[in-house]
Design a protein around this ligand. Structure first.
Ligand code: CA
Length: 251
């Protein structure tokens, strides 16, 4: 073999060696996909393992976080948050998901939002009603998925809260926060890569909507509609055996 041919084959031999050494490390790294389309249980019930909560200052007539029929990405059902016409802090909670030890686990869901926002005059500087995704890692406190180290690969936040109105989900000083707000013009997918600090642990997601007013009746499909949730992990999941050996989510 000439010296030129030896040089050409050297990288291939090195690649083969890396693959051979790598196989034992990733032999158990099979993808697993958990899906929830909210179509199996009778509305307004949520599927097993899913819960919701609503906190309002007025106490009554706040159906946010319930499940409705008729406007959906998959099947006939989606989870619906009312674009409530007063102060409300409403949440939908996923089951606790195990996170593999390797790879980049991700959460994808399809949502539609039409949320009240005041006009664009100088007095108003952003969205009034806004929606976010939060995560609790290893049973800890809920924090915004971006603040926790997650990153949107599609469909991230599109606007900030108006600091003049102090949304119930705003941070303090200043009273703003990146959110989904305004009108999404129909369903679209959001994908977030799970914070790396959750690897080999657990995550629980919280879809959260804060409202101040306006809202109801603003549009045909007012509110926040969540559907077609896919949680995908890659790696050796040590907490729940039923996560192992699955198939990847459809992409
Ligand atoms: Ca559905």
């Amino acid at each position: 073999m000439s010296s030129a041919k030896q040089l050409r084959w050297l990288p291939l031999a090195r690649t083969a060696l890396v693959i051979a050494l790598g196989l034992p490390l990733f032999a158990n790294a099979s993808p697993a996909c958990l899906t929830e389309n909210f179509d199996s249980a009778a509305a307004p019930a949520l599927p097993t393992g899913w819960t919701s909560s609503v906190i309002t200052t007025t106490g009554t007539n706040a159906p946010a976080g319930t499940r409705a029929v008729g406007y959906a990405d998959s099947g006939t059902n989606a989870v619906w948050f009312d674009d409530y016409n007063d102060y409300a802090d409403a949440s939908l909670y996923s089951p606790v998901y195990a996170v593999g030890a390797v790879g980049s686990p991700s959460l994808t869901f399809v949502h539609s939002y039409t949320l009240w926002t005041a006009d664009a005059s100088a007095q108003y500087n952003g969205a009034n009603n806004g929606a976010v995704l939060e995560v609790a890692i290893n049973g800890g406190a809920y924090v915004d998925v971006v603040d926790a180290g997650g990153s949107f690969s599609a469909g991230g936040y599109n606007v900030a809260l108006d600091p003049n109105f102090r949304s119930p989900i705003a941070q303090t000083t200043p009273y703003t926060r990146a959110v989904w707000g305004g009108d999404s013009s129909g369903f679209g997918a959001t994908t977030v890569v799970v914070p790396p600090s959750a690897l080999a642990g657990t995550v629980q997601f919280r879809w959260r909507l804060g409202t101040l007013g306006g809202g109801r009746g603003f549009a045909t499909h007012s509110g926040w509609w969540i559907d077609s949730v896919q949680y995908e992990t890659l790696g050796d999941v040590i907490f729940h055996d039923d996560f192992e050996g699955g198939v990847p989510c459809p992409h």
